[in-house]
Design a protein around this ligand. Structure first.
Ligand code: NAP
Length: 299
């Protein structure tokens, strides 16, 4: 963690590495005991640049911790039934512990049907309604990777959460909504009072100003400004955007949903973009895969 004017800039990369080292050690012990390593499969359809780079990162990091990693690649023209057949095959394969189908899928494929076809026991992305329901009722479940990564980030940074007012901006199925459930959970890692905001929220600025912990996942570059943040707040930025910047060699820079430079001096802790939440997302997927292998969620 780096300190800037008393603000702690959370080092997502270091936290991710710490968790990966723990997984790697466990996998090494598994292999030493004569068992096969966990196996994670990614299914990708089409050539979307962002999806290809996410899957490449999942594959690389899986191998780093000692997992077996496979990628099933299909062209954009694949028929829904053929994708369903692949999912049925992976559901049946005892050598596959968990798999993900990289989203978004082409428009002719019914995404919800695909998600619901995945065996919940292998649904390491945590997008199947069974896992969503189990999470809701505080039962063992695969938690979606980004919200899970954010709670790990708060815990491993020793940020106090109990009784704090946590404001979550954005209510997507993959980030804001599950995060609001996790942050309000009755346990020592979270236990916040949560306000979940969205595009119809009134008095957004006032609500943000009352946040002890502000978690921003709205998909709008540098939306949260200094005048929306209380002094001493913890600010977690989930957003990720490439914006044009001719002063950079590549012609762009990566920013989040928070105007980092102006907000950082008001915070006690802030997560940067890049180098923040994004680093924890793949690692959480690896944690879920290890849980699937050990049958910790479903016996
Ligand atoms: P999303 O599906 O784009 O949804 C955005 C949410 O923000 C919606 O709930 C929307 O409200 C709300 N919103 C939009 N404009 C708003 C405004 N002006 N005021 C208040 N609320 C507003 O979001 P997402 O998929 O969660 O992604 C959010 C950001 O996180 C994106 O930049 C994405 O790239 C990034 N992301 C990063 C990671 C990572 O690993 N770092 C993972 C996932 C996503 P309504 O519901 O009313 O439309």
């Amino acid at each position: 963690m780096e300190e800037k004017n008393n603000t702690i800039v959370i080092d997502g990369k270091a936290i991710a590495q710490q968790i990966k080292d723990e997984i790697k050690k466990e996998v090494s012990d598994i292999i030493d005991s004569g068992k096969r390593p966990p196996h994670l499969v990614a299914v990708i359809v089409g050539e979307d640049g962002a999806s290809l780079s996410y899957v490449a990162s999942k594959e690389k990091q899986s191998k780093e911790v000692g997992f077996t990693s496979s990628v099933y690649r299909f062209p954009n023209t694949i028929k829904e039934e053929d994708l369903i057949n692949t999912i049925d095959f992976l559901n049946q394969d005892d050598e596959v512990d968990g798999f993900i189908v990289q989203l978004p899928l082409p428009k002719h494929i019914n995404e919800q049907r695909i998600i619901e076809r995945i065996d919940p026991k292998k649904d390491v992305d945590g997008f199947h309604p069974s896992n969503g329901g189990r999470m809701m009722y505080n039962m063992p479940a695969f938690i979606p990777a980004t919200p899970m990564g954010i709670t790990s980030m708060l815990k491993r940074s020793n940020i106090e959460t109990v009784g704090k007012h946590c404001v979550v901006l954005g209510r997507s199925n993959i980030v804001g909504t599950p995060l609001s459930v996790l942050m309000s959970r009755n346990n020592s890692d979270t236990n916040c009072t949560v306000t979940l905001c969205h595009s119809k929220t009134q008095n957004l600025k006032e609500i943000c100003l009352s946040a002890d912990i502000l978690i921003v996942a709205i998909g709008k570059p540098e939306f949260v400004k200094e005048d929306m943040v209380k002094n001493g707040a913890v600010v977690i930025d989930v957003g990720i955007h490439r914006i044009e910047d001719k002063t950079k060699e590549k012609g762009y820079r990566i920013v989040g949903d928070v105007a980092f430079e102006e907000v950082k001096n008001k915070c006690s802790y802030i997560s940067p973009v890049p180098g923040g939440v994004g680093m924890l997302t793949v690692v959480s997927l690896l944690q879920n895969t290890l849980k699937a292998y050990k049958k910790e969620v479903y016996q």
